[in-house]
Design a protein around this ligand. Sequence first.
Ligand code: OAD
Length: 239
Amino acid sequence: MNDVARRIIRSAERIVSFSGAGLSAESGVPTFRDPQTGGLWKDFDPTRLASPQGFAADPDLVTEWYAWRRRTIAEAQPNPAHTALAARGDITHVTQNVDDLLRRAGAQHVIELHGTIARDRCHAACGHEEAVDLADPPGLRACPACGDHLRPDVVWFGETLPAEAWEAAERACVSCEAMLVVGTSAAVYPAAGLIALCKSAGAKIIIVNTQPSEASDLADVELLGKAGEIVPELLQERH
Ligand code: OAD
């Protein structure tokens, strides 16, 4: 294991993890962008499946696609990277992932920047929301409060990030001493901007990814390899 990375982790009092789809890849949850396989956005059109316009045009199609993703996530288990992150109760986890694998691994402080696939909410934003069974996801249905459609409580392209989550993430980023960036292409903003925010506030940046990402230039240390192998090794014994 890289000594510089270990030293950064050991000496930091406040650590933020910032994760993306690569964190859950070894659990069998597909990523969005992948030079080898292409990822979800090679085979599926995000404008049709992950935007308010796509949902308005064909809500059944979008609901069906999310049902497929929900079943995939229900069958997945947290991998050693989730488990190692979750075991560190002193780390604030800022994630772009809508899966619930960090929580299922037992992580305490999880900030979900892009919402969660484990919940539906009213598309008209009347305030109604309800938990869904990922293993047995519901089809398209009406909001019991206002009659509009229910939809996954995730952030779609063109939508604003949940304000509370974003503010909590910003607070964590400006006050941490180290950020562990795991499995993100760092291609989607504003989330990816948190890495530069952390760096400009003086934190050290450690990146774990199978390949260079758009954040590589910001890294103090870049560890190339699988999250499930590198993260547990990096986080083992604190002092
Ligand atoms: P991406 O699919 O864009 O990137 C996944 C990253 O994980 C890539 O850089 C891979 O190289 C890396 N990776 C793959 N397997 C890995 C492994 N086993 N260990 C470590 N790294 C690995 O996913 P995100 O960066 O999360 O947004 O994408 C950001 C956002 O784009 C998502 O939250 C989603 C998507 O559109 C919304 O749905 C709003």
